[in-house]
Design a protein around this ligand. Structure first.
Ligand SMILES: CC(C)(COP(=O)(O)OP(=O)(O)OC[C@H]1O[C@@H](n2cnc3c(N)ncnc32)[C@H](O)[C@@H]1OP(=O)(O)O)[C@@H](O)C(=O)NCCC(=O)NCCS
Length: 278
């Protein structure tokens, strides 16, 4: 009987690594990992044998939050694969999910989940860079990309404050300071008589598995659509590629400028994040 038993997330880390290694793009994006951090974790046990695991999230009604009862991850080890449908059915009986999160490169989960959750919604494309990024010259003179300095905190705070939460926006000063401490942020500057003016920021976030990193640019609204986002992101992506990291980018399905930007830099559409519903 492959039933789900409550477990601690760290106890499942070897199984989670095994799950990720089976994906074509062998990492999970940071937004997914944030959800996993607040998921309820279950081991799928067959007597004393650990056959797989499931992560389950109770969502909220807030915009951008996950569906109300989401099966976030589900994995059955290869030698138990024949019993995956049974394990999935038991997990659904126990956890009663209304939706299942899945990726198009997760064939094992698609095979067991689609019969019960046939309505497929594509939520976010996943782009990946396979080689060096496309080169892009500065779109106007006097533009420079360099690591963000602490004196630029107020200008960076304004940039983040203009965006909704699903695009990394926040007005929380503590959150912005914590970001600047915890992850590497780059700034796009225009030099003129009064010094350097901050036009945009791009953060670099390690994803669940090395060597993958995510790069997320945010441009000041009044300077968008002039090639500045391309210039900033190309410089940051090139620095990551030189350091041996592989850049991925996931964005909302309707974020057309961010998708155009990813393609322009040479990133390839490798998979989609899906929500499966009954
Ligand atoms: C995404 C973002 C950084 C792009 O910066 P930008 O300076 O406006 O983009 P660029 O001018 O360099 O243009 C990049 C590509 O996007 C396209 N693009 C820009 N604005 C667009 C729009 N409003 N509609 C459709 N395409 C658009 C451009 O045409 C260009 O592609 P092309 O050269 O093949 O035509 C900027 O729109 C932004 O800050 N968005 C909000 C934050 C965000 O969503 N970040 C992405 C998180 S993954």
């Amino acid at each position: 009987m492959l039933g789900p038993q409550p477990a601690k997330l760290p106890a499942l880390s070897a199984l989670r690594r095994e799950h990720v290694r089976r994906l074509t793009v062998a990492t999970l994006v940071d937004v997914h990992e944030e959800l996993a951090g607040r998921a309820r974790s279950f081991a799928l046990e067959d007597g004393r044998a650990l056959a797989g695991y499931a992560l389950f999230v109770l969502g909220g009604a807030a915009p951008g939050s996950p569906p109300s009862r989401l099966l976030l991850e589900f994995h059955v080890r290869p030698r138990f694969l024949q019993r995956a449908p049974e394990a999935f059915a038991r997990s659904c009986d126990h956890l009663r999910p209304t939706a299942v999160a899945c990726r198009t490169d997760d064939a094992s989960l698609l095979a067991v989940a689609l019969p019960a959750f046939p309505r497929v919604r594509a939520t976010a494309p996943l782009y990946v860079l396979d080689g060096p990024p496309a080169r892009t010259p500065p779109p106007s003179p006097g533009l420079r990309v360099r690591p963000l300095r602490r004196v630029d905190l107020d200008a960076a705070a304004l940039l983040y404050a203009q965006e909704p939460p699903e695009r990394a926006g926040t007005t929380d000063r503590g959150e912005i300071e914590a970001r600047l401490r915890a992850r590497r942020e780059w700034g796009l500057y225009r030099s003129h008589g009064r010094g350097d003016e901050l036009l945009g920021v791009a953060h670099v976030v390690p994803q669940s598995h090395a060597p993958f990193v995510g790069v997320g640019p945010v441009l000041r609204r009044d300077v968008r659509g002039r090639g500045y986002g391309t210039f900033l992101t190309a410089a940051v992506v090139a620095a990551q590629a030189r350091a041996g990291r592989r850049v991925v980018a996931a964005m909302g399905r309707q974020n057309i400028p961010a998708q155009a930007l990813a393609r322009k830099l040479g990133l390839r559409l490798a998979a989609w994040h899906l929500t499966l519903e009954r």
